[in-house]
Design a protein around this ligand. Sequence first.
Ligand code: ATP
Ligand code: MG
Length: 429
Amino acid sequence: MSEKIRGVKGTRDVLPIDTYLKDKDPWVRVGHLQLIERTARELFPLYGYREARTPILERTDLFVRGIGQETDIVGKEMYTFDDKGESLTLRPENTASIVRAYLEHNVNQQEPETKWWYLAPMFRRERQQRGRYRQFTQIGVEALGNPGPRIDAEQIELLDRWLRKLGIAFEMHLNTLGDQNCRPNYREALQKYLRSRIDELCADCKKRVETNPIRVLDCKNPGCAEVAAQAPKMEQFLCDACRAHFAGVQETLQRLGVATVIDPRLVRGLDYYTRTAYEAIVPSGLGSQSTVAGGGRYDGLVKELGGPDVPGIGFAAGVERMALLLAQQGKEETVRPVVFFASLGPAEEARADRLAQQLRAAGIAAEVSFRKSNPGNLLKRADALGARFALVLGEQELQTGRAKLKELKTGAQHEVALDDLVRAVKELP
Ligand code: ATP
Ligand code: MG
């Protein structure tokens, strides 16, 4: 016998069966992902977002410029390979790809404002942990062409509504990062402060103080966190325009009834991220992978990628992390058969095939028994499938044209005419 081939480290199979537990956690199944996806599909268009699909493969340079050389993603996590002289990368996130497509198809010349959403697998070579994988899925939105602040709040409200609809308990953290006018002053003050406490920082942050001091603020190391807690805050350095923008976002959110937590440590490390930054953080259930979605304004990105001066704002949510939370709540989307046909002979099987076809055509889920067995075992099978009704078809039922729909939970029986089965099932309470 030849050896089994196993899946790649950091990737996962999501299966529909529910027979196994992993790490004492309920395992994520396809139905959890479907619930998250369907809710997004229904909700996002109500806010004007339309779905865009871009390729998994992009030129490496897109991410080097669109995410930044000094980030962990580009520095250590990308799956990059040489394709006969051209460097390609499996996308680690989608904002850069969306902006590339937007520019490549001159969308900015066709419409002043664009709202797109996506659902797509992402690839990052990270250390595998619960809620952290090498292939994972993001659902995200991007709004291009609107400088805000009302759209910022509208987008945060969308994320808020989506997570609430799914029953996820979270806090919406909010911050402002300033812009190219005021952030340099803040950066300088922060750098000065961090240099004065450099001995207390982790090795990575010691470097960040010189290359990208703002990123020290979101380091997860406890020593760095303590230093960050006492650091000067962006708030004190905001220019008038950024201050007004932030006030506008908060005012609109208040009007829309969205509660937020102002979080001065919430940052994005790159220069083209400006002003609004936000994250949905869950207080429990995900350990240290507690951020389910992160978003922010990127007014400098389109220009960085060779386009005109078009502002943008977007968020990306981690579908697997959300699914872990739904699995803990026992919530998922499943379609169970409404009717299970237990047929006792070949003529009955033939009738069941056609009746099941009629039910499905009417939008009612139905299953037929494919194995020969006795009525007791067939009813067990119906139960295992989670069917609502079992319909036993024997010689007598075929002759009289009448059968009993047995409600599996209660044992209640409803007599129905086989010729009129669709209507009968629809009329049952
Ligand atoms: P983290 O700080 O947890 O690494 P991040 O800042 O790298 O997150 P983003 O790039 O902002 O995350 O991505 C948005 C969301 O995508 C995250 O909030 C998270 O839910 C999800 N996500 C990011 N990386 C992973 C991963 N390796 N596995 C699963 N989900 C991920
Ligand atoms: Mg990360």
